[in-house]
Design a protein around this ligand. Structure first.
Ligand code: KG4
Ligand code: ZN
Length: 342
């Protein structure tokens, strides 16, 4: 088999992204370009993503962003082996823009289309920069999702646990908002927490030590929002930010630790690889805590480089390439799926 060259498109939330990626027959991966046009400035005045504004912004920029990705990669449409576009889950107006663009390129050029699950993109994102063979245990923590999955192979995941209320990124964002921080809240809260004392506030320890691998962040969110109303000094704000970050990292670690124990048993303690991916995987305290957890359980620790933690199209192109290599393609009438569990 020859090399595959994929155009990847990502429009499920507030980034319009396109990427060109080469995957060689032996599975080596080279990101030839990865262009991300962030809509942060357009949504910031509203304190969160406004779906209608997002969809319109994707329409305005998708053509230019895809063109930029192609020219930065030094390829023409005739060089492509396939087009991979996010088909969900996400904001349906945005998803439809990228998917329709991908279908148009596929139809015009006679190329196979791969309708990619955004979460599968996050699942493979660590494989963009390192050779991490299947199977592995995945903690997927983003703005919309918080799940533990056993990833057995391409498109083959088994869910071990998920959040019963908010996602971890959502908790970061909402608590950050109550602390008066700008959107997106996660990175802003991480900055504020630097030098803060995480022991200065006591926060709920949801589900800690409980059976199973599910998550819950709503109690923490409510408690932190109440405390945010009472803080007066900058020192207190920093302390609260540090306490929140530590509480989120601790819960992620506690649930992951349980999943690791169960996963190790089913695998007979062989091939113990752990991957954390998604926007929240960009958080230094979260990474550090999970690194400790993995080491204590004898798992290797893997996380994508920071640029591939948050939404990007390189991960969509890779998920598409892995599927295409196995002949898994989709028809041109593949639907946009606002809800699409892995
Ligand atoms: O994966 P992503 O870009 O989009 C989704 O698919 O949801 O994740 C975005 C989420 C947001 O909630 C954002 O606040 C959070 O990831 N995030 C962070 C950090 N960077 C992004 N949370 C904590 N610390 C960070 N450094
Ligand atoms: Zn995402």
């Amino acid at each position: 088999m020859t090399d595959l060259i994929l155009l990847g498109l990502e429009t499920s939330c507030d980034e319009t992204a396109a990427s060109v990626l080469r995957r060689s027959a032996d599975g080596r991966v080279e990101v030839l370009s990865s262009v991300i046009a962030s809509q942060i400035a357009a949504h910031a005045p509203y304190g969160g993503v406004v779906p209608e504004i997002a969809a319109r912004a994707h329409v305005e920029s998708i053509d230019a962003i895809a063109g930029q990705a192609m020219s930065e990669a030094g390829v023409i449409y005739g060089d492509l082996s396939g087009v991979a576009a996010t088909a969900g889950p996400g904001l349906v107006g945005g998803v439809m823009v990228g998917l329709a663009f991908g279908k148009a390129v596929a139809l015009a050029r006679g190329l196979p289309l791969i309708a990619v699950n955004h979460l599968e993109g996050h699942a493979v994102s660590a494989r963009l920069a390192a050779d991490i063979p299947y199977p592995f245990l995945l903690l997927l923590v983003s703005g919309g999702h918080c799940q533990l999955l056993a990833v057995e192979g391409v498109g083959a995941c088994k869910r071990l646990g998920s959040t019963i209320d908010d996602a971890a990124g959502e908790a970061f964002d909402k608590i950050a908002k109550s602390l008066g921080l700008p959107y997106p809240g996660g990175p802003a809260l991480e900055k504020l927490a630097v030098g803060g004392d995480p022991t200065a506030f006591t926060l709920p320890r949801a589900l800690l030590g409980r059976d199973g691998c599910d998550f819950s962040f709503s109690g923490l969110k409510t408690a932190a929002a109440r405390l945010a109303e009472t803080v007066t000094s900058e020192t207190q704000r920093k302390d609260l930010a540090a306490a929140v970050q530590t509480a989120i990292a601790r819960q992620l670690s506690d649930r992951t630790d349980r999943a690791m124990a169960a996963y190790a048993m089913t695998r007979g303690n062989r091939d113990l690889r752990f991957v954390v991916a998604g926007g929240v995987a960009a958080n230094g305290a979260v990474r550090a805590k999970l690194m400790e957890t993995a080491a204590a359980r004898g798992f290797s620790f893997n996380a994508p480089p920071l640029i591939y933690c948050t939404d990007n199209a390189a991960m969509i192109a890779l998920a598409g390439a892995e599927r295409l290599a196995l002949g898994m393609t989709d028809p041109l009438d593949a639907p946009a799926r606002p809800r699409w569990p892995l």
